[in-house]
Design a protein around this ligand. Structure first.
Ligand code: TYD
Length: 135
C-alpha cells in the first residue's frame, strides 16, 4: 500500500550539549535512499520546485530555518510548515510540490529514492493533472 504525503516527526535526542536527530532508510524514511541534495542561499521571496516526479519518493527536512512545502494532488492543495530540524514531509510520487516562504539562512535537505533524472520530472501543471487522471 502506498503512503500518503505526511508530516513526520523525527526522533530527537535532547542533550545539554545540543540536540540530535536522524534518518534511517526503511525505518523513519519510507524508501531506500538513493540521493541527497540540499537547497540553501534562497533569496527572500523565491520559490523552488513547482514540479512533480513520476516515480521518485522524497523526504524534505528543514535542517535550518523554516519554509513551507505546498503539495497539490491535482484536486486538493495541502500545506506543511517545516520550522523545526526534527520535522520532515514525506512526498510520494505524483505530487505537485513547491517550496516557499524560506526564512533567511534556511537549508532544505531532500532525500530522494532515485538518481537525478530530468525524465522523471513533470514541470507543467496541466500535464501533471492529465497524468494524474490516467492513474
Ligand atoms: P531542480 O530539481 O529543477 O530544482 P527546482 O525545481 O527547485 O528548480 O534542480 C535545479 C537544477 O539542478 C536542475 O536543472 C539540475 C540540477 N540538479 C542536479 O544536477 N542534481 C540534482 O540532484 C538536483 C536535484 C538538481
Amino acid at each position: 500500500m502506498s503512503l500518503a504525503a505526511q508530516l513526520l516527526t523525527l526522533p530527537k535526542v535532547f542533550d545539554p550539549r545540543g540536540s540530535l536527530s536522524f534518518l534511517e532508510a526503511g525505518k523513519n524514511v519510507p524508501f531506500a535512499i538513493r540521493r541527497t541534495y540540499w537547497i540553501f542561499d534562497v533569496p527572500g521571496g523565491e520559490t523552488r520546485g513547482s514540479h512533480a516526479f513520476k516515480n521518485s519518493h522524497e523526504l524534505i527536512v528543514a535542517l535550518s530555518g523554516s519554509f513551507h512545502v505546498e503539495l497539490h494532488d491535482g484536486e486538493r492543495p495541502q500545506s506543511f510548515v517545516l520550522d523545526r530540524s526534527y520535522k520532515g514531509v514525506y512526498v510520494p510520487p505524483l505530487q505537485w510540490r513547491t517550496l516557499t516562504n524560506f526564512s533567511t539562512n534556511s537549508v532544505a535537505l531532500v532525500l530522494s529514492s532515485s538518481d537525478y533524472d530530468e525524465e522523471d520530472y513533470i514541470r507543467d501543471f496541466s500535464q501533471y493533472v492529465r497524468i494524474r487522471k490516467t492513474r
